[in-house]
Design a protein around this ligand. Structure first.
Ligand SMILES: NC(=O)c1ccc[n+]([C@@H]2O[C@H](COP(=O)([O-])OP(=O)(O)OC[C@H]3O[C@@H](n4cnc5c(N)ncnc54)[C@H](OP(=O)(O)O)[C@@H]3O)[C@@H](O)[C@H]2O)c1
Length: 349
């Protein structure tokens, strides 16, 4: 029997009690724009946990733009993408059954559950979390994307009060937190996003000083008007045209934080980088630096303490777009890439 008396679907195979487990597999690697039909749902049998392991039931998974880079084969940390495999991903889960003294049934954990209802893990691979089972908090502000915003801005961007900070994909999971954190550090914050509604939300609800729609025909002049003192930190989630525009507005000794290249993920033919590299970097003594959040793993706990205090005080307002049911995960992924989600994208199972 699972938590709260809900039965775990089980069958037996020899001595083993197996769990029927719905999963989303990568049916085919996307060749152009990714489609929901690149995924398929199947039911498989999951063997029980061995010594030192736990069986987890997924509450929710989070979907991030970087997972599309993983399917493209352009994310070094994700390895080569392979069709027919379980779609990987981070989830919030409850421990259903434990063969480890480290975790008990009912404990709440975060880990690499993948897109599936149940998963078995070594207890040491999971992070136990406290408090209510809030996926937006544990997978968003305190999850990988919250940490990415934190370390990218503070360690790579190194903001000073009064700096102008521009962030692209500003209404997305990483972006909306970068802007709010820059504001907390006394910066002038400008977001770049793909709709008027997103731009309004950034300014009216999240405290950005200005926001510009990169899909507007007069984007370049609006961007210039929004950055009258030019740019000290450009936090780049997109690459592409927005990076191209930002390069020409950087101040002397400015910093470009290369976080990701979402404008070039959902295609088989990524474009070359923009004009101005390296000439503009040389002339303006601009530091352009890429980073991976995993480099800062040893500092995650102290970062989470600071992020939690900002969320509790209301100075960091995490936004979430939620989808319902495992089957909706492929649609949620497509929606995220086409700009239809705001904040962290969560699928509740
Ligand atoms: N370096 C690291 O360790 C690390 C870790 C996590 C994530 N990341 C990176 O962080 C970035 C954001 O990821 P996320 O998970 O937070 O995704 P997200 O921002 O929630 O979603 C992606 C957003 O990108 C925008 N977009 C899509 N196509 C675009 C285009 N052609 N030009 C400009 N914007 C476009 C869309 O919003 P619009 O409506 O604005 O178009 C969409 O909402 C990604 O580049 C990801 O790879 C890096």
């Amino acid at each position: 029997m699972g938590r709260k008396g809900i039965p775990v679907p089980e069958t037996t195979q020899g001595e083993l009690t197996m769990t029927a487990n719905r999963q989303v597999l990568i049916a085919s690697l996307p060749s152009g724009n990714m489609q929901a039909s690149d995924f398929e749902v199947q039911t498989a049998e999951l063997a029980p946990p061995a010594d030192g392991q736990v069986l987890c039931k997924t509450i929710a998974i989070t979907i991030g733009a970087g997972q599309r880079a993983g399917l493209q084969g352009s994310a070094s940390y994700a390895g080569a993408p392979i069709a027919g495999r379980l779609m990987s991903g981070t989830g919030l889960a409850t421990v259903e059954e434990s063969q480890s003294p480290q975790l008990r049934p009912g404990d709440l954990v975060v880990g690499q559950t993948g897109w599936q209802e149940y998963s078995v893990h070594d207890a040491s691979e999971l992070r136990q979390v406290d408090g209510p089972a809030d996926p937006g908090l544990h997978l968003g502000a305190l999850g990988t994307n919250g940490l990415t915003a934190y370390f990218g801005l503070l360690e790579v961007g190194r903001p000073n009060a009064g700096d102008t900070v521009v962030v692209s994909a500003a209404a997305g999971s990483v972006g909306h937190m970068v802007g709010q954190m820059a504001r907390l550090h006394g910066c002038h914050v400008v977001g770049v996003a793909g709709s008027e509604a997103k731009c309004r939300m950034l300014v009216e609800e999240l405290g950005f000083h200005a926001a510009v729609n990169y899909k507007d025909s007069d984007f370049r002049s609006a961007f210039r008007a929004a950055t009258p003192d030019r740019i000290d930190i450009y936090f780049d989630n997109t690459g592409g045209d927005v990076l191209g525009s930002a390069l020409f507005r950087m101040n002397t000794r400015g910093r470009i934080v290369c976080c990701g290249v979402v404008s070039q993920y959902d295609t088989a033919n990524p474009e070359p980088g923009p004009r101005g590299v390296p000439g503009l970097l040389v002339n303006n003594r601009v530091r352009m630096e890429g980073f991976l959040v995993f480099d800062y793993e040893e500092q995650y706990e102290s970062a989470r303490r600071e992020l939690s205090s900002w969320v509790e005080s209301g100075s960091l307002k995490p936004r979430v777009t939620e989808f319902e049911g495992l089957e909706s995960a492929p649609d949620a992924f497509v929606a995220l890439l086409s700009g239809q989600t705001v904040g962290t994208t969560i699928v509740r199972l």
